[in-house]
Design a binder for this molecule. Structure first.
Ligand SMILES: *Cc1c(COP(=O)(O)O)cnc(C)c1O
Length: 401
């Protein structure tokens, strides 16, 4: 038997900062600061950021509104436990539920935690009102987070066989196939859960009519419709919530990413009739803390300010047109997505990862969710000049060496 020290000597960490668990292949760059659409590293290099923390920093790096909310709230009250009311918590709960057209909210610290709560809420509702039904129909290639239950709910093929046994009760159907959903619904089904646009797997939109049909189907069969708007919500698609494009109101909705504009905040919202948690069923020491509630309020005010979402639509149209003309120029397979959640389909090319690496070396942060696609999730307040600079650099990259 080899000692742990010997094992370590045998396999030195490829991470130059070996104290960190290697949960991602990080490039050998250390970022020091950011402002708006730009980041700088410890060598003083400048980067144009079209990743923004994976669609998280919806107002760009270090937005004034967030800095101000953090500074002001941090001297008044940070946290008094979710078992008490605080002024920022109640005020923000009112504002967010009113904006969403849903009745109640549970605040969380990450998207996965909000989804975990959504799954628990649906199961509790099934136990109370649907004779113990607990199965939640989810989609192939869907992404809902990295806790055990949310990994089980996700349809990521590379996770098959990982951390077994999975949490049971998540039959999967292909996206945009209504018949497949109908076929899988049974006595044990309590809900249908999906992203309005599958983000992590490469920006694959649920069709508007499909979402409307799911709403009808859920109503007919007495099932809950759960929309994971963690990536699509908070203005990302040009509406405050993506469901607004279709008029489909979910029974349960989860929010994350942009909701905190770079700070750890997420939310689980639901219709009154679904809110069946009893005291003790759900909680968490940080949940709904005053500091994050104050930030969430400030972010919501920014996104719902006069003209903000119109500008997101406009920037989205500018970015889409630019990507479409690059697609034509280089014989690629077009653009998909909505607002400022867009993907360029690189097929017949499959060098997305190589393009991302080259872009980084030239000072541009891009993301390839798959080898044959690039995903664009800039700050929602991205400027036309930043879009033009990115498109120009991408043109150069596609042209090749
Ligand atoms: C990012 C994401 C999650 C997970 O959120 P975390 O904050 O990383 O836990 C869940 N669902 C969707 C659709 C996401 O994009």
């Amino acid at each position: 038997m080899t000692s742990i020290a010997e094992q370590q000597a045998d396999s030195p960490s490829p991470d130059p900062y070996g104290a960190l668990m290697e949960i991602a292949r990080r490039p050998p760059i250390t970022f020091t600061h950011g402002q708006g659409g730009l980041l700088w590293d410890s060598e003083g290099n400048r980067y144009l950021d079209f990743v923004q923390g994976w669609a998280v920093n919806c107002l760009g790096h270090c937005p004034t509104a967030v800095a101000r909310a953090l500074a002001e709230q941090s001297t008044r009250l940070l946290n008094c436990s979710p078992a008490y009311y605080s002024e920022p918590m109640t005020r923000y709960a009112e504002a967010l539920t009113a904006a969403a057209g849903l009745d109640r909210v549970f605040f969380a610290n990450s998207g996965a935690e909000a989804n975990e709560g959504a799954i628990k809420l649906a199961r509790k509702w099934g136990a109370k009102h649907r004779g113990g039904a607990y199965e939640i129909v989810t989609t192939v290639h869907g992404f809902h987070g990295r806790t055990l239950a949310t990994m089980s709910a996700s349809g990521k093929a590379v996770w098959d066989g990982l951390f077994e046994p999975k949490v049971a009760g998540f039959p999967k159907v292909p996206l945009n196939d209504l018949g497949a959903v109908e076929a899988v619904i049974g006595d044990k089904t309590v809900a249908i859960m999906l992203e309005p646009i599958q983000g992590e797997s490469g920006v694959w939109p649920a069709e508007d009519d499909y979402l409307r049909s799911l709403r009808t189907l859920a109503d007919e069969r007495g099932l809950l419709l759960i929309l994971d708007e963690i990536q699509t919500g908070m203005g990302r698609t040009g509406a405050l919530f993506c469901f607004e494009h279709t008029g489909v109101l979910p029974d349960i909705m989860t929010l994350g990413k942009g909701i905190g504009a770079g700070t750890p905040l997420a939310a689980l919202l639901a219709r009154e009739a679904v809110c069946c948690f009893d005291p003790g069923d759900q909680g968490g020491t940080y949940n709904g803390n005053a500091l994050m509630a104050a930030v969430g309020q400030a972010v919501l005010e920014q996104i719902t300010a006069e003209g903000f979402l119109e500008r997101v639509c406009e920037a989205g149209a500018v970015l889409r047109r630019g990507l479409e003309s690059l697609s034509e120029k280089y014989g690629l397979s077009g653009v998909r997505g909505r607002g400022l959640l867009l993907a360029l389909d690189l097929k017949p090319r499959a060098d997305g990862f190589a393009l991302v690496e080259k872009a980084l070396a030239e000072g541009l942060l891009l993301n390839a969710p798959a080898p044959d696609a690039l995903r664009f999730v800039p700050a929602l307040n991205v400027s036309d000049a930043e879009i033009a600079e990115m498109l120009d650099m991408l043109d150069g990259l596609l042209k090749g060496p």
